[in-house]
Design a protein around this ligand. Structure first.
Ligand SMILES: [Zn+2]
Length: 235
């Protein structure tokens, strides 16, 4: 009995060791056989992960474009308000999108070299300010919303809330500020001939079927973000 017990005590650990060794080698063999597939799977997952990260900024832009696919209100397209961190103050009371600052200032400098003095009248406007402008002016002028909308965008529908719009006047003819007569100024003539070089475009020309002609209102289309913001408007 004692002898049997001794044998069992020796046999059992030996048997266990043999089993474990076999199991390890089978496992290693399996890993070896499947390793090319595992490497392939890992590579595919890594690629998908990297692609996902690279696409992230464009997804945000697409989101903006998605928003812009909304319906017009009284002829105006909806625009999202620019995040505060992308706004820069270029002079007293004039804030613009950081993407357009250099181009805008360069344009004013170049105009000056030609003897033309551009003055910036209005840049970024918050949706709250637009709210005030739209509703207070509408009542001051005793206009209905549809009439007012021909000359001013309803809140949430102004290009000014994107930071990519700028109203420009002629420093030597301030009486034409925000007036159709601005088109007769040297500043306007200079802009028509030169603004495109600085990526600025007249937003509401004479052919616009919804909104009145605004010779003073220009928008920047010199960055991918700006182009995405105005994509719908350019269709
Ligand atoms: Zn404007």
């Amino acid at each position: 009995m004692d002898k049997n017990k001794d044998i069992n005590q020796l046999d059992i650990p030996f048997a266990k060791r043999t089993y474990l060794n076999n199991s390890n080698s089978i496992l290693l063999r399996r890993i070896f056989i499947f390793s090319p597939f595992l490497i392939l799977l890992f590579s595919i997952l890594t690629l998908l992960f990297i692609r996902n990260i690279e696409l992230e900024p464009f997804r945000n832009l697409n989101f903006q474009a998605e928003k812009n696919k909304g319906h017009r209100i009284l002829g105006h397209l909806p625009y999202k308000e620019i995040p505060k961190e992308k706004l820069v103050l270029i002079e007293q009371n004039i804030e613009v999108h950081i993407d357009m600052r250099d181009s805008l200032l360069k344009m004013r400098e170049e105009a000056k070299k030609d003897g033309i003095y551009l003055v910036f009248l209005s840049g970024y406007r918050s949706i709250n300010l637009q709210n005030e402008i739209f509703y207070s002016l509408k009542s001051i002028r005793n206009q209905e919303a549809a009439e007012r909308a021909r000359v001013s965008a309803p809140p949430g529908y102004s290009e000014h809330s994107t930071g990519f719009a700028i109203d420009i006047g002629d420093a030597t003819q301030r009486e034409t500020d925000f007036e159709t007569e601005f088109e007769k100024t040297d500043a306007f003539k200079w802009l028509i001939n030169n603004a495109a070089r600085f990526h600025f475009k007249l937003s509401f020309n004479k052919d616009n079927k919804y909104i009145d002609y605004e010779p003073w209102h220009w928008r920047y289309e010199g960055s991918i973000e700006a182009l995405k913001v105005f994509e719908r408007s350019n269709i």
